[in-house]
Design a protein around this ligand. Structure first.
Ligand SMILES: [Mg+2]
Length: 332
């Protein structure tokens, strides 16, 4: 078997069940093991398996024993999992897409966008919000005020537009997260996607794997700090075409931050299942940790361009580098 992995080992199920029962006696029944291979302490698997993280290495996780260590290969999804919850950046999509495509697109096109859409109500609302934000930011170094138009001809209009552009570039340079900035960015990206100037990138294994999961009866959801609207643009205008049909629902930080376990409880409630019926895939260990504390199954996704993991994280988490590494018992 690839990588000396075990599937369906009883020892692992017992190990995890015992741990979960000890941690949460009130919950019933205990979840099946996350990934069954390499999980048994009584039957150590092949040499590739790293040792468990040293105690105290993860001080925020003192309440429960760590999951079995993982190595790259095939990961068996436990039978209790009914839904797969996907992060976007670094999981379905290269982090570079946001940094090297979406943000530069705004920087390069904000002026042209404003000139093309200036007369539209939505654009005027966006500018109004930015102007208000600029007033709040007036005391900050380098802040760019946005004058009010008095209808004094094209030259004045161009000066106002240039002020909006300069304000947006200033905010972006400082990585400000103002609602005003985000709203205009969202509208610029919508125009870029719908006119085909930008296509949402997904790793090539993503679509075929999700199709298989769905054929096996799995529900698939997105949970990203990008807004639901941004998610729908990315997947609605992707390099693989409109793939929104692959998802049963979308969550963003309106349901809560990705690094807080309560968010995963809310998502489970919204889906209508238990947290341990969900497998969450993310590139960020802090998010994986929060999900796991809510009793959600997790695997950390390693993709080109992602931040590196520490040795402890590598040995602690189940890791995959492609969605095709997930093995659904019912899809054999
Ligand atoms: Mg991510």
């Amino acid at each position: 078997m690839a990588g000396g992995l075990q599937r369906g080992g009883r020892g692992s199920a017992e190990t995890r069940s015992a741990r979960k029962m000890a941690a949460e006696e009130s919950r019933a029944p205990p979840a099946p093991p996350l990934y069954t291979r390499g999980a048994s302490q009584s039957a150590p698997p092949a040499a590739r398996r790293p040792t468990a993280p040293p105690s105290g290495a993860r001080p925020h996780r003192t309440a429960r024993a760590p999951l079995p260590a993982a190595a790259m290969g095939v990961l068996a999804v436990p039978a209790g999992v009914r839904a797969i919850l996907l992060d976007v950046e670094g999981t379905t999509t290269p982090i570079a897409f946001v940094k090297e495509t979406l943000f530069p697109y705004v920087r390069d096109n904000v002026g042209a966008y404003l000139r093309a859409h200036w007369e539209e109500e939505e654009c005027q609302r966006d500018v109004g919000l930015l102007r208000k934000q600029a007033q709040e930011d007036a005391g900050l170094e380098g802040a760019v005020p946005i004058p009010v138009e008095s209808g004094n001809g094209d030259e004045e209009l161009e000066r106002v537009i240039q002020a909006v552009v300069d304000n947006v570039l200033w905010q972006m340079a400082l990585d400000k997260k103002s609602t005003a900035l985000k709203q205009l960015q969202g509208h610029i990206w919508r125009a870029a996607y719908t006119t085909g100037q930008v296509k949402g990138e997904v790793f090539e294994d993503v679509v075929p794997a999700i199709r298989k999961w769905r054929e096996a009866g799995m529900k698939v959801y997105i949970y990203s700090s990008g807004s639901v609207e941004a998610q729908k643009l990315l997947f609605g205008y992707s390099t693989e075409g409109d793939i929104l049909e692959l998802f049963d629902g979308h969550f963003d930080t309106k349901i809560g931050p990705k690094v807080e376990s309560e968010s995963y409880r809310r998502i489970a409630a919204s889906i209508g299942c238990a947290t341990n019926n969900i497998l969450f895939l993310t590139d960020v260990p802090r998010e994986a940790n929060a999900a796991e504390e809510a009793d959600t199954h997790v695997a950390v996704v390693i993709r080109p361009g992602n931040a590196g993991l520490t040795d402890d994280e590598k040995s602690y988490y189940s890791l995959i580098s492609s969605f095709t590494e997930l093995f659904l018992p019912s899809s054999t």
